[in-house]
Design a protein around this ligand. Structure first.
Ligand code: 3PG
Length: 210
């Protein structure tokens, strides 16, 4: 699937809870300026739906992923807006079945062997590992490698500039996600310089790895 290939190349997904649509538009420009052409917009704030619609239509070069997706209705709305993927904090067969009807990537959250196997049985081999740091972090990802060599993970939850390199070193990590690049509080206060610095530091790290 194309989205998986893109994430494998990009290696990092900024996860955002947007305080306003305007903040989302400004952040999208910054991301593109930093060559980080992907954003996961979580359905954790009221403006998420509208932000997803506007960002998809104004920035077609940005890969928009819907995050914290909990219901089929959210999937339908996000797909209609033009997202390329959806991410859920947990795994449910109902949501997996619904996403299968659409031509988008679905990355459900898992953190135990049973959850990995349940998702795998639904044909899903690219999973969000969440909450990564609270669920064993890199040690758990290494263990999953021996148990499920055909599964790749997107760890989120506790990823930061300090540990990003170590997570990306894991052969079974597809890409990492996190909110540290543009936390909601910083977006709300318009701390654009700080956000840009964080984005650049992360992109520098990715460039050094290439
Ligand atoms: C997510 O939804 O992916 C997580 O909340 C991200 O976790 P973080 O805030 O620790 O990056």
């Amino acid at each position: 699937m194309e989205i998986v290939d893109r994430l494998r190349t990009l290696r990092l997904v900024p996860v955002v809870s947007l305080p306003s649509v305007e903040a989302g538009l400004r952040l999208s420009e910054l991301l593109l300026g930093c060559r980080l052409n992907v954003i996961e917009i979580t359905y954790r704030t009221e403006c998420a739906g509208e932000a997803i619609e506007q960002i998809c239509s104004r920035f077609p070069e940005l890969i928009v992923i819907a995050g914290t997706v909990l219901s089929p209705e959210q999937v339908d709305q996000a797909v209609a807006a033009g997202v390329k993927g959806s991410v859920s904090p947990g795994f449910t067969p109902r949501l997996a079945a619904h996403c299968r009807q659409h031509d988008i990537g679905f990355f459900p959250g898992v953190c135990t062997p049973s959850e990995v196997q349940a998702a795998r049985e639904e044909g899903l081999h690219h999973l969000k590992f969440f909450p990564a740091s609270l669920s064993g972090g890199i040690k758990m990802i290494d263990l999953f490698k021996t148990l499920y060599p055909d599964v790749r993970f997107m760890p989120t939850g506790g990823i930061s500039q300090e540990n990003l390199d170590q997570y990306l070193d894991c052969a079974n990590v597809l890409c990492c996600g996190g909110t540290w690049l543009s936390p909601e509080g910083m977006l709300a206060k318009g701390k654009w310089d700080e956000i840009e610095q964080r984005l650049k530091r992360a992109v520098d790290l990715l460039d050094r790895r290439d």
